[in-house]
Design a protein around this ligand. Structure first.
Ligand code: LRH
Ligand code: MN
Ligand code: MN
Length: 424
């Protein structure tokens, strides 16, 4: 199915008067509102292809209906999201979950929907049918050079796919680690990982970036070979200027101060990519902003401070992506909610009075500094975010429009009830 401009207009028309009243109020309160709107309009958040189907847990998967069964259908789903919010203008592929038969056709479809290809992701955490050697004991860190070679070659294949599609980055996340003390020699595992990554890095085109994603736990429970931002940064520094750390919000030990991590990675110019999600216990992959919205705001506060300090563009300086997927809600609605939560946190962080904050810090004015942050966080910026959408030709209320248009019902009619999207 397709959403037309006429659909957007019919959705917005009955809501515009109420929106204008709310927007006029916030405009009178926030002098910099125009600048915030402009930034929001530029800010695009990529959608991972694996979040378009219903996720599972290790105890079961309750597949949804009308899920995208092919890459083309996944691209069409992201096209629907983008038509509703004009803020999801890119898709991130995971290979081989996504099977790119004809890159030219796939590219054409994406650009007809206003979409580009974000980072491509390699997968050496599962064994595939036709695969010769197993990744049971790891991939790039493996004790056997033949397994490492196979995993390196997969990453090179993924880069080549990405080049065909117009991607500009490769994200490597490894499920390499150990579950029992003594299983691994940490130093050798790290060195093997480094030399494997060096081979992959050698194949990166000049204008590409390599994102090294870390994760503290899971699927291994004693050690992960790239377990934290220190290990990722060490690798990125050793690899060279095209290598960066990628922060996935769900990949830290409980209560980690992620905003501080983000700040220091940016200080080093080594933060490259971002995976948004939310969690209470571990890598829960819940809707962004659904559990800890203040943390999300504080992270954006540091992101803006760090990006401005480096002179990097907010929209293009980092690879922004959602990495959330679970088994409760309609995945498309969930993604709309995540995008909105991210935009809200970003807009609130843009409202922070940075010079006043600096002055408060210089005077050790603890209360003053806290008040400045909380003032921004407690501002209801939803009318600003809605206004940005309105100006970009999107829906005032994307979730409402999704429901009113009965989009899932129409997708089920098109695709059927027994559909399972490839992915998690
Ligand atoms: C690992 C991860 C990583 C994978 C994705 C499917 O937990 O965050 O980014 O590629 O999930
Ligand atoms: Mn991730
Ligand atoms: Mn994850």
């Amino acid at each position: 199915m397709k959403i037309h401009n006429q659909d957007i207009e019919s959705h917005n028309a009955p809501r515009i008067a109420k929106h204008q009243r709310a927007f006029q109020y916030i405009r009178s309160e926030v002098p910099e509102v125009e600048a915030v709107i402009e930034r929001l309009q530029q800010f695009q958040i990529a959608i991972p292809s694996w979040a378009l189907g219903t996720g599972g847990t290790r105890f079961g998967r309750f597949s949804g209906k009308g899920e995208p069964g092919t890459l083309e259908q996944k691209i069409e789903d992201v096209g629907l999201l983008h038509a509703l919010n004009q803020s999801s203008g890119a898709i991130s592929l995971h290979i081989p979950w996504d099977n790119v038969d004809d890159a030219t056709k796939v590219k054409e479809l994406a650009s007809s929907l206003g979409l580009s290809f974000d980072a491509v992701n390699s997968n050496t955490f599962q064994d595939q049918d036709a695969q010769e050697l197993s990744y049971k004991f790891g991939s790039l860190h493996h004790v056997d050079p033949a397994v490492r070679k196979q995993a390196v070659q997969h990453n090179i294949d993924v880069i080549n796919r990405g080049i065909e599609l117009g991607s500009k980055s490769l994200t490597v996340w490894l499920a390499d680690g150990s579950s029992f003390p003594g299983q691994l020699n940490f130093r050798e595992a790290f060195q093997n990982t480094l030399s494997s990554l060096q081979e992959i890095y050698a194949h990166l085109p000049e204008d590409w970036k390599l994102f090294v994603e870390y994760k503290a736990f899971e699927p291994f429970f004693y050690s992960m070979t790239i377990g934290d931002w220190g290990q990722s940064l060490l690798l990125a520094n050793k690899l060279g200027p095209k290598a960066y750390t990628l922060v996935d919000l769900g990949h830290h030990l409980p209560n980690a101060n992620i905003e501080q991590i983000v700040s220091l990675l940016l200080m080093e110019g080594k933060l490259g990519g971002f995976h948004f999600n939310d969690s209470k216990y571990s890598d829960d992959d819940l809707t962004a902003g659904s559990i800890k919205p203040y943390q999300l705001f504080l992270i954006f506060n540091e992101l803006i401070d760090g990006l401005d300090h480096l002179g990097w563009d907010h929209a293009t300086g980092l690879g922004w992506m959602i990495d959330a997927s679970h088994n409760m809600k309609d995945p498309l609605v969930d993604l709309l909610q995540s995008v909105e939560a991210i935009q809200i946190a970003y807009a609130q962080a843009l409202l922070v009075n940075r010079s006043a904050l600096k002055q408060a810090q210089a005077k050790n004015d603890v209360v003053g500094a806290q008040e400045i942050l909380q003032d921004a966080f407690r501002t209801d910026v939803r009318p600003i975010v809605a206004e940005a959408r309105l100006r970009s030709g999107a829906a005032l209320q994307p979730v409402r429009m999704f429901n009113d248009l009965e989009i899932r019902k129409r997708l089920i009619e098109e695709r059927g009830e027994n559909t399972v999207a490839t992915g998690l």
